[in-house]
Structures are given as structure tokens and as C-alpha cells.
Design a protein around this ligand. Structure first.
Ligand SMILES: C[S@@+](CC[C@H](N)C(=O)[O-])C[C@H]1O[C@@H](n2cnc3c(N)ncnc32)[C@H](O)[C@@H]1O
Length: 265
């Protein structure tokens, strides 16, 4: 194996190990909030999905988190998801069988998307590409598999998160306590520039998840370790959810900055 193959193998092993030890967060209050914000974003950015082919990069949400491809499939789309991890893909597949949602699953690396050019109406990625150095290759791959006139929705950590999530992540990374490391964060202008350099035309810069990252972490901790206290977290999530729903200009303060883009040629 050459050195890049060794690195990739190590990255796959890391995600397998992380996913194998991770409980299912799908019923945590902050996950329900995350799902509502993802749905609102996709409805705004991509319009009705009925009859569309939709690809999502990574299956973490289907394995452990918001099950957003379930919503996509139930909206009448042909839902496709891909992930490099065996464990994540298997957990996603098991959940799709048990929870009865129809999603086609590929185990593959987002640096080389295993689908034909011009074959998707929508490509969605949220919190994935920032984990690889070669994320610009992935942006070019998104451009390649998207049909002309299709929509790409690309979300990554917000460098200017007002609640300093990138700083929190950096400290946890330094202490060796951040399971998703490495994780790059982006300014809006950096993300816009990178997406445009991949050949896509950015139509909107937006974002989701006003909730402070530390509250998301607390909610997940309580959900797993202190089940009796977990219900109470709904109360601190509600104001963030309501504000995000009501005031669209707050989108720039979300901890995931997002580019909505289209393919012109
Ligand atoms: C932090 S999790 C994703 C979080 C999720 N999107 C969310 O919103 O909660 C990262 C996911 O990306 C996958 N992944 C990481 N590197 C990848 C790669 N090079 N190709 C495909 N999937 C990858 C991991 O296996 C994992 O499922």
C-alpha cells in the first residue's frame, strides 16, 4: 500500500471505531431540532423532491442521527447515501429496514463518488467534507454528479460560530477527546470561494443550528447517561429553534455554514 492508501485505511478504521461505540442519538431533543432545521433548509433550497434523485454524502444521520434520508425518501425522492465506513453503512442499512425507509446505500469514499456524471438532481452534504484534506476533490465530484440545473447543498462548521464551537473542538482535539477529528471550519467567503472554484454557481449562503455546540453535547450526554434529565433539555432548545424558524437573517450565526449552489454547465 502506498502512503495515501495507508492514510485512507486509517481514516476508515477511525470512523468504524467511532461509529461502533456511538449510541443512537435519533430520539434526543437536539436531534429532533437538527432534523427540523435540515428539513426546512432542504425545502427552501431544493423545493419539492418528488421524483428527484437525491444523493447524500455520509450515512451518519441514517445510522445514528437525524434520519434525514428517511424524510427525503418519504417526500417521494429516490434517496441515495454513501459512506466510507462499514459500520456506519451497516447501521444505516439496518435502520432503513427496521424503520422502513427506502434508501440505496453505497460504501465508498467521497473523494471519488461512485456514480455517473450528471445523474443527481440534488446533492446534500452536512458536516462531512471538513474531515478530509482533499475536500476540494469532493466539491469537484459533487459538480460532476449533479445534473445541469440541479441543486447542491453543502454545509460545514462555521468558523465564526458566535458560541465558539471551533474553539471548543480545537481544545477537545488537543486533549485527544474529539472523536471526529480532524475537523476544519470555514468562513462564509471561504466556503463560497471553494464551491465556486469547483465549478458550481452559489445561489445562497445560509446556515443552520443556532444552538450552542456545548448545549448539543450536553443534550446528547444526558440522552445517553441521564435519561431522566433528558426531557428538560427541550426547554433550552426551544428558543433557538423558534428564533431560527422566525428570523431567517439569523441563519448566518448557525454552527453549520451552508452554500446552496447550482450547476450551470
Ligand atoms: C461527523 S460524521 C457526519 C455527521 C453528520 N452528517 C451529521 O450531520 O450529524 C462524519 C461521517 O462521514 C463519514 N466519512 C468520513 N470521511 C469520509 C470519506 N472520505 N468518504 C465517505 N464518508 C466519509 C464518516 O464515516 C461519518 O459517517
Amino acid at each position: 500500500m502506498d502512503s495515501s492508501a495507508v492514510i485512507r485505511q486509517r481514516q476508515r478504521d477511525q470512523w468504524d471505531a467511532v461509529a461502533a461505540s456511538m449510541p443512537d442519538f435519533s430520539s434526543a431533543p437536539s436531534t429532533a431540532y437538527y432534523r427540523r432545521r435540515e428539513i426546512a433548509l432542504l425545502e427552501r433550497a431544493a423545493g419539492p423532491l418528488k421524483g428527484k434523485r437525491v444523493l447524500k454524502l455520509d450515512l451518519w444521520n441514517e445510522a445514528i442521527n437525524t434520519r434525514i434520508l428517511e424524510w427525503v425518501a418519504n417526500a417521494g425522492a429516490d434517496a441515495y447515501g454513501m459512506d466510507v465506513s462499514h459500520v456506519v453503512s451497516h447501521r444505516a442499512k439496518d435502520n432503513s429496514r427496521r424503520e422502513n425507509f427506502d434508501v440505496s446505500i453505497a460504501r465508498a469514499d467521497i473523494r471519488q463518488i461512485p456514480f455517473r456524471s450528471d445523474s443527481f438532481d440534488v446533492v446534500y452534504t452536512m458536516g462531512t467534507i471538513e474531515h478530509i484534506d482533499e475536500y476540494k476533490d469532493t466539491l469537484r465530484e459533487i459538480h460532476r454528479v449533479l445534473r445541469v440545473g440541479g441543486t447542491a447543498v453543502i454545509g460545514v462548521p462555521n468558523f465564526w460560530d458566535p458560541f465558539l464551537r471551533p474553539a471548543l473542538v480545537a481544545v477537545m482535539e488537543m486533549l485527544g477527546k474529539y472523536p471526529y477529528a480532524p475537523e476544519k471550519s470555514f468562513t462564509r467567503s471561504e466556503l463560497k470561494r471553494d464551491v465556486e472554484n469547483a465549478g458550481l454557481a452559489v445561489t445562497q449562503m445560509t446556515g443552520i443550528l443556532l444552538l450552542p455546540g456545548v448545549l448539543r453535547m450536553l443534550d446528547l450526554f444526558l440522552h445517553v447517561r441521564r435519561r431522566w434529565a433528558a426531557k428538560s433539555t427541550e426547554w433550552f432548545i426551544k428558543p433557538f429553534d423558534a428564533a431560527e424558524e422566525r428570523f431567517s437573517w439569523l441563519d448566518r450565526f448557525g454552527y453549520l455554514v451552508t452554500a446552496v449552489a447550482t450547476k450551470r454547465r
